[in-house]
Design a protein around this ligand. Sequence first.
Ligand SMILES: Nc1nc2c(ncn2[C@@H]2O[C@H](COP(=O)(O)OP(=O)(O)OP(=O)(O)O)[C@@H](O)[C@H]2O)c(=O)[nH]1
Ligand SMILES: [Mg+2]
Length: 377
Amino acid sequence: MANNNYRPEWQPDNAGSEFACTVMPGVMLDGGNDDVLKHDLAEAEGFKKLTAKDYAEGLMNGDRVKLSRAITIIESNASKHFELGQEIIQDILPYTGKAIRVGITGVPGAGKSTFIEALGTYLCTKGSKVAVLAVDPSSTLSKGSILGDKTRMENLSREKNAFIRSSPSGGSLGGVTRKSRETMLLCEAAGYDVILVETVGVGQSETSVRSMVDFFLVVVITGAGDDLQGIKKGIIELADTIVVNKSDGDNRLKAMAAMTDYNQVLHYLRPPTEGWKTKALVCSSVTGEGIESVWETVIDFKGSTGKSGVYVKRRQEQTLEWVRSMVDEYLRNRIARNNILSERRRIIEACVTNGKTTPTMAAKEIIGDIEKILFSS
Ligand SMILES: Nc1nc2c(ncn2[C@@H]2O[C@H](COP(=O)(O)OP(=O)(O)OP(=O)(O)O)[C@@H](O)[C@H]2O)c(=O)[nH]1
Ligand SMILES: [Mg+2]
């Protein structure tokens, strides 16, 4: 450290105020006299002392601070937090499941966050409590994305009935998905009746979000003349509705034309939800036009799939699938982390590559090793 002002040591000696960068003092374990630090530590102590029951009661009374902290516990990778987190989930479980869970995806820049801002604000004015979660299971690099979103959701973040939370970052795919699902349950117990989940990043996030929501909405835009190719067919096949966004100003007619094109394509695709016909709609997240009819579509969906039993059946399947995927992931990790197994596998795989053993024999040997090392007691 160059001097007592906690300036970084690489800063030139004659640096003026244009070097705005300062370095925070480190955590003083004892003898520190920093009031802010003491306050933080005291708060962290209190935080630890709360029981699962305290959290459960707090969040059911609509205490947003306790909700936030319960989510932090769920997101923590520490094992002591894991136990507490599970106890909280167990306590609140009877009070979950009442919200409608809506997943929102779309290419970067399609306007997902702006759409959520418009829809969320609309729902709050109608008396709903709206929780917005961003899920990014595919990447640990986009930790900062929610910061951009907070500014894009400026009105919504001021609503007292809205709660916005970024994705947990880091950890395995299954870990992030678990955290997002449990966060959703916490929000439901806290009385949020609409959960909007934005997918951030690309890759597996769409399927992972599809597997945790009731209704899946794909936001698209008109563009360089390749509207229908611009978005992967696989994603369209997951959609319960397609929303052509940015239908305003000069773009309005183009958006309407795109909606017609999408409706034609949808005609030939099998919808992902039994008994529900996926339709394309238009809206503008800036002017708000069309937002209400998007929501009416969600309500229609809930009504008709609720009546047919598809709604409940999907939730049950999703929950069981989640349990199975956690077991799968546990087993995969245990195998991958075992050094002896890794070394054995490497040798056997080399034998396959150079033709010394057949794929079937190799698989048999690898499985034999797994049985012997991990499962023979
Ligand atoms: N004209 C117009 N612009 C919009 C509309 N919706 C979003 N935008 C603009 O489009 C840009 C991207 O919007 P975002 O909401 O950040 O898009 P996103 O899909 O969340 O983007 P990522 O989170 O980066 O994937 C912003 O500049 C918005 O102001 C709309 O309905 N009309
Ligand atoms: Mg966004």
